[in-house]
Design a protein around this ligand. Sequence first.
Ligand code: ZN
Length: 183
Amino acid sequence: MELPKIKILDEKNKLLHKKSVDVKFPLSDKEKKDIKDMLLYLKMSQIDEEREKYNLRAGMGLSYVQIGVLKRIFVVVDEVEENKFENYVVINPKVLSMSEEMVYVGEGEGCLSINRETEGIVPRHARMTIEAYDEEGNLYTIRVREELAICFQHEMDHLDGILFTDKIDKNNPFKDAEIMREI
Ligand code: ZN
């Protein structure tokens, strides 16, 4: 596999703190290619051999703003079983419902744009239902839970210019741990 030529912005880049705008259909050829590239990049980052070859960090989700385009698109690649990947293309998403139950990633969230050690709790909803468009402009509804729900919320935050580190309480990084479930 050849690694797509995409450059992922670092948190210091101001674009990552800006709100992305809705996408218009049909998508341009460039937008379609960028989506393919982002999906392939994530998949390769999850395959040990490729990750080592290209010195990548493993990532599950990537938002369009992370490669410099302020449009409401993100992609997720979920390894459902060994070397079997599920792709999600999420465009102009809207939340329909979220669980009351809150969870957090015990070992901490990660982000391909944040290249430093971080610690603390990022509160997330355990389940969420959204509607969004696929790359052909078809509206669909999807319910996500657990790790996938966290990933979707993390990416939706990117579309609003929010990084996971913005959600950690600086004075008390492990605040409210007892009222949330660790996953
Ligand atoms: Zn991120």
